[in-house]
Design a protein around this ligand. Structure first.
Ligand SMILES: [Zn+2]
Length: 280
C-alpha cells in the first residue's frame, strides 16, 4: 500500500516537473553596465530576466567579476556589453550557448568613445535597436513584442533628448571639468565642452597639468568640476578651490537600489539636474 502511494506521489511530482519544464522560460540576459541592463529590460519586458555584472559604484574600467557573476554570465542566453576598450573582458565569460552583443561593433562611435549610452540619441538610434534585434534572434516568436517595446522606449528617449536640449540650451557656462572621460558623447550632443583632467586610470594629475587646467578654466569662466561615485575626489577639490568653483557628483552608471537612478531615463534626468546647477 505504502509503495503504491509512493509511486502515485512520484508520478504527481514527475508530472509537476515536466509541466514546469515545458512552460515558456524567460531569456536570461547578462549586461556589464547597469544602464545597458535597464535598456534591455525595457525592451524585453516580462520575457527577459536581466542581471548586471558590475555592481553600483564599481568602475567597468577596472572591474574584476566575482566567480558567481562569471557563472551567471556562462549560463546567459545573451551577454550585452559596450566593448571598444571599456568592458571587453566580459566576452571571456560567455558560455558556449551565449549570444554575444558587443554594442560598439554595430555602430559608429564618435571619436572611438565607448561612453555612448550617455547620449540618448545614440541610445535611440543604435543601442536600443541592436538590443531588440538580439532578443528577436533568440526568441523570434516574440519579435513583435520586442519591436513594440522598442518603439515605446524610442518615444521616451526622444522626449528625454528634447528635455535635456531645452534645459541645457540656456546655461551660461558651456564647459566643465571631469575626472573621468565619460561625458564626451553627452557634451558633443548638447554643444558642451568637457575638459578631462586625466584619462582613466584617474591618477593624481601632475602639478604642471593642474596649473594649465586652472589657467584655461579661469580664462573660460569654468567653475564646475565633476566627480563620480567611486573616484578619488581629491584632485577635483584642489582644482575647484583653485578656480573658485565647486565640485558636483554626477553618475554615469546608476544602479539597482539607488533612488532616481535605477531606470536609464531617470538616471539621465538625475544627471541633467546636476549639469543645470553646475553650469548655471
Ligand atoms: Zn569610463
Amino acid at each position: 500500500m505504502r509503495s503504491i502511494v509512493t509511486i502515485l506521489l512520484l508520478g504527481v511530482l514527475l508530472v509537476g516537473c515536466s509541466l514546469i519544464a515545458t512552460s515558456p522560460s524567460k531569456i536570461r540576459v547578462v549586461a556589464t553596465l547597469h544602464p545597458l541592463a535597464d535598456l534591455v529590460r525595457e525592451i524585453g519586458g516580462e520575457r527577459v530576466e536581466v542581471m548586471t555584472l558590475i555592481p553600483a559604484g564599481a568602475s567597468p574600467h577596472a572591474f574584476e567579476p566575482t566567480s558567481g557573476a562569471i557563472l551567471r554570465a556562462k549560463g546567459a542566453d545573451l551577454l550585452v556589453y559596450m566593448g571598444a576598450g571599456l568592458d571587453d573582458w566580459a566576452s571571456e565569460f560567455a558560455g558556449e550557448e551565449t549570444l554575444l552583443l558587443c554594442l560598439s561593433e554595430g555602430m559608429e562611435l564618435p571619436d572611438g568613445d565607448p561612453h555612448v549610452w550617455l547620449d540618448p540619441v545614440l541610445v535611440k538610434e543604435a543601442l536600443a535597436p541592436q538590443m531588440a534585434q538580439a532578443l528577436s534572434e533568440i526568441a523570434p516568436d516574440s519579435s513583435d513584442y520586442f519591436r513594440g517595446n522598442l518603439r515605446r522606449l524610442q518615444r521616451e528617449l526622444e522626449r528625454l533628448h528634447a528635455e535635456i536640449r531645452a534645459a541645457l540650451a540656456t546655461v551660461e557656462v558651456r564647459a566643465f571639468i571631469t575626472l573621468h572621460a565619460a561625458w564626451g558623447p553627452f557634451a558633443r550632443r548638447y554643444q558642451l565642452e568637457d575638459i578631462c583632467i586625466e584619462e582613466f586610470p584617474a591618477a593624481e594629475p601632475s602639478a604642471a597639468r593642474l596649473a594649465s587646467l586652472v589657467r584655461s578654466a579661469r580664462e573660460r569662466g569654468v567653475r564646475a568640476v565633476l566627480v563620480e561615485p567611486g573616484y578619488n575626489p581629491r584632485p577635483a577639490e584642489v582644482l575647484a578651490s583653485e578656480i573658485g568653483g565647486q565640485v558636483y557628483e554626477v553618475d554615469p552608471l546608476g544602479g539597482e537600489g539607488l533612488p532616481g537612478r535605477e531606470r536609464y531615463l531617470d538616471l539621465m534626468r538625475y544627471n541633467l539636474q546636476i549639469f543645470v546647477s553646475a553650469l548655471r
